[in-house]
Design a protein around this ligand. Structure first.
Ligand code: SAH
Ligand code: SF4
Length: 362
């Protein structure tokens, strides 16, 4: 089998070139061709000797996931469905804004963590994505957005907020992050690459040491009782431990705050008393809040909080001195909003069947 060079960050690619008895600087050249120039064949790598190109042709490949379909929203949001084999598809979303362009990347096919409000979680889990499949999303998006090396890159920010729990696929995600940050790769700023986690504490400690990027935590509740119910992982890692892990992370983080994502679920977590409880909960963690109005999907069993409730909730936090944003729902018409990415998951956990039984859906 040929070696897919998209699975390597620069240190990995340098080791590979050493193994095939080539000079280390070749790794940099190839890295630039693949990621800066968006080239996925060796023929176009014109500054490599013909003999080296032939050697690579025989041993290696640059294999990106195949594009199944691209959708464009009226608001400029774009979504790509990529084929990752055996009937599985993953989704990637680009969100243009005035001052930045954000790409939302998936890390797994489905997700094993079963958060109640999340369409991906409900889909079940199939497998982790490889580094090539993770970075392949950025590769495709750059290409689709018409980027040549000469033009300014449209994608300034990456958020690991697509399908899957990035920290449950730690090694492949960290290698992909390394490619995103590398000047021979995508040259993104560490502060503009965000990992979002539902709170895998042990892996947060590892990320802090190995790849400190901006961190977002899917908090979604102000006490363990509610969080246990909507995020099963909380039963293993309760809020007190999560807050302590956030404090530790900040020691090495590239930004001096954590972003807490808080999904607004009607009557579940959106009352004024929840806001007050939240203020008390995060008192030792410098943070910002991002309130996310719940995005419905079929048979979700939750309802989006009313505007008025969100406003009151936000005001309580603002009054306490926090920076609070309310996430605008983008790409509604193409189901590209948070938590709506479903892709095509061949579920290995039989969760869909379980849900259908629970919900009485045929
Ligand atoms: N697994 C990671 C990253 C992917 S989810 C995590 O949970 O953080 C990205 C964000 O979308 C998370 O904050 C998640 O809680 C949120 N989300 C999930 N389902 C949603 C829904 N139906 N409506 C709005 N946001 C949702
Ligand atoms: Fe997985 Fe995140 Fe969805 Fe929870 S919210 S099921 S961790 S993708």
């Amino acid at each position: 089998m040929k070696t897919n060079l998209l699975n390597f960050d620069l240190p990995g690619l340098t080791r590979y070139f050493d193994e095939i008895k080539e000079k280390p600087f070749r790794a940099k050249q190839v890295m630039r061709w693949m990621h800066l120039a968006g080239v996925n064949n060796f023929t176009d790598m014109t500054d490599l000797a013909k003999s080296l190109r032939a050697k690579l042709e025989a041993k290696a490949e640059i294999k990106v996931p195949e594009l199944i379909v691209e959708q464009k929203s009226l608001d400029g949001t774009r979504k790509w469905l990529l084929n990752v084999g055996t009937g599985n598809g993953i989704e990637t979303v680009f969100i243009p804004e005035d001052s930045r362009g954000t790409l939302c990347i998936s890390s797994q096919i489905g997700c094993a963590l079963e958060c109640m409000f999340c369409s991906t979680g409900r889909q079940g889990f199939n497998r982790n994505l490889s580094t090539a499949e993770i970075i392949g999303q950025l590769w495709w998006a750059n290409k689709a957005l018409g980027v040549t090396p000469k033009e300014e890159r449209v994608i300034s920010n990456v958020v690991m907020m697509g399908m899957g729990e990035p920290l449950a696929n730690f090694d492949n995600v960290v290698t992909a992050l390394n490619i995103m940050l590398d000047d021979h790769g995508y040259g993104l700023s560490r502060r503009r690459v965000t990992v979002s986690t539902s709170g895998m504490i042990a892996q947060m400690d590892r990320l802090k040491e190995e790849m400190p990027v901006a961190l977002a935590i899917s908090l979604h509740a102000s006490n363990d009782q509610v969080r246990d119910r909507i995020i099963p992982l909380n039963r293993k890692y309760p809020l007190k431990q999560l807050m302590a892990a956030c404090e530790r992370y900040l020691v090495k983080a590239p930004r001096d705050f954590i972003t807490f994502e808080y999904i607004m679920l009607k009557d579940v977590n959106d009352k004024p008393e929840h806001a007050h409880e939240l203020i008390e909960l995060v008192k030792n963690v410098p943070c910002k809040f991002n309130l996310i109005p719940f995005n419905p999907f079929p048979h979700a069993g939750f309802v989006r909080s009313e505007q008025g409730r969100i406003k009151i909730f936000r005001e309580i936090l603002l009054e306490a001195g926090f920076v609070v944003t309310v996430r605008k729902t983008r790409g509604d018409d193409i189901d590209a909003a948070c938590g709506q990415l479903a892709g095509k998951v061949q579920d290995k956990t039989k969760r869909q069947q379980k849900w259908q039984l629970v919900q009485g859906v045929s």
